[in-house]
Design a protein around this ligand. Structure first.
Ligand SMILES: Cc1ncc(COP(=O)(O)O)c(C=O)c1O
Length: 444
């Protein structure tokens, strides 16, 4: 009976093993979110918390936007699910066309999945299979970058470069190598946008190619702007140099745009901001403004075409997910792209960038601030670590921001990351950094 069930199943905090969260500390002082609207979250007690992080860099259009909510509701009532293999529903084609239209060059073929991690694994598999179907099956190595974050699948952590995400999980994928990270505080501290120093680090790819031989390498994957490690904008000219080296050696270039896609850097994709066209783009997060899980890979025509051979009744790419192009995600995605277009949110992000960067840099002289980096509507603030307790100062800052200042920020190591929804107002930009200044002083 329902009442008996309620009586015997306590709704406590113990059962839920919370991801990427220190569970014991959280359960002692929970940060609970009950609802959201536009730029704000609200706790169960109704206290407003300004969203300085767009959730997890995903709610680019703001929270609970009416057209997205309505699209999801209507879709749920019309078609809950249709098989993702051998059948398809109309909105999957519509959304794919819309995404292709936003992507640069001949990046016209869209493969859907459900998260950034799946998008990364999908892109790596497409890269390997592309070489295979072309009779180049010696091309099997994958090159990532130190400090890179590509989600948590085995492929993603293998090419990723965040030590804590890798060290517990055995030998990962074989045949992976890493470029060096692009960050050097001495050369780059307190830069707005792309640093002048560091393009030469792309040439490390030549060294890796010389070591392994180009014939063994399938693809290079990088985030155009390394987000999760703490906001590292690419040095000027770096991505173009990677592109040139990949071209020289017949290596595919993958941009992981799970964070940078859909307006974060003032463009539909960072590829456009940097004038560099990769062979594959991964996306997720902003495609639905976080409202329904969705991810995907955009491939150049030539990659798709390479698979379109053999008997026509045979599957060309043995890959996909039960929930690829889920109807709710597609409906949310179309409504989200409409909103981005109608409210010109990518252009808005671009126009706000100078104001955002100036506001972030007002924290420069606060105690324990070692560096501030900005690009698009994104900022990373490095704090000095407490002796013997790396990560504690930023963790305390995140918790204090939530409890005392009504601000959501993200902490990674001793770096704070700010990435609000693109609807953030100039006044709210001021509010974010004023609150953050209070917090940084408090954890000094
Ligand atoms: C660049 C990048 N790739 C992949 C992912 C993984 O996405 P998800 O958490 O949806 O699997 C993230 C998540 O932050 C990301 O920033």
């Amino acid at each position: 009976m329902p009442t008996a069930r309620v009586a015997t199943v306590p709704n406590d905090l113990e059962s839920f093993w919370i991801p990427f969260t220190p569970n014991r500390a959280f359960k002692r002082a929970p940060r609970l979110i009950a609802r959201a609207k536009d730029m704000h979250y609200y706790t169960p007690q109704g206290r407003a918390v300004l969203d300085g992080t767009a959730g997890l860099w995903c709610t680019n259009a703001g929270h609970n936007r009416a057209p997205i909510v309505a699209a999801i509701q209507a879709q749920a009532a019309e078609l809950d699910y249709s098989p993702a293999f051998q059948f398809a529903h109309p909105k999957s084609f519509e959304l794919a066309s819309r995404v292709a239209a936003l992507a640069p060059g001949d990046l016209n073929r869209v493969f859907f999945c459900n998260s950034g991690s799946e998008a990364v694994d999908t892109a790596l598999k497409i890269a390997l299979a592309y070489h295979y179907v072309r009779g180049e099956s010696s091309h099997t190595r994958l090159i990532g970058r130190e400090r890179g974050y590509h989600g948590v699948g085995f492929g993603g952590i293998a090419v990723g470069g965040i030590v804590a995400n890798r060290k517990f999980f055995g030998t990962l994928l074989a045949g992976v190598d890493h470029l060096p990270a692009t960050y050097n505080r001495e050369q780059q501290a307190f830069t707005k946008g792309e640093p002048e120093w560091g393009a030469h680090l792309a040439d490390e790819l030549e060294r890796i190619v010389a070591l392994h031989d180009a014939s063994t390498i399938a693809a290079v994957i990088v985030e155009p702007m390394a987000g999760s490690t703490g906001v590292l904008p690419p040095p000027k000219g770096y991505l173009a140099r990677l592109r040139a080296i990949c071209d020289r050696h017949g290596i595919l270039l993958i941009f992981d745009e799970v964070i940078t896609g859909f307006g974060r850097l003032g463009y539909a994709f960072a590829a456009e901001r940097y004038g560099v066209t990769p062979d594959l783009i991964t996306f997720a997060k902003g495609i639905t403004s976080g409202a329904v899980p969705m991810g995907g890979v955009i491939a150049r025509d030539g990659i798709y075409d390479a698979f379109m051979r053999g008997p026509e009744h045979v599957v060309e790419l043995f890959h996909g997910y039960t929930y690829s192009a889920h109807p709710l995600a597609c409906a949310a995605g179309i409504a989200t792209l409409d909103l981005y277009r109608d409210e010109k949110l990518f252009e808005r992000a671009k126009a706000l960038e100078p104001r955002w960067a100036d506001a972030a840099m007002t924290l420069k002289d606060l105690p324990d601030v070692l560096d501030i980096r900005t690009v698009g509507i994104t900022a990373g603030i490095d704090l000095a670590s407490r002796p013997g307790a790396p990560g504690l100062r930023a963790y305390e800052a995140m918790a204090r921001a939530f409890h005392d200042e009504g601000l959501m920020v993200r902490n990674t190591g001793d770096t704070l990351a700010l990435t609000p929804p693109l609807i953030v107002s100039e006044a709210q930009i001021g509010e974010i950094f004023e609150k953050l200044a209070q917090v940084i002083r408090a954890v000094g």
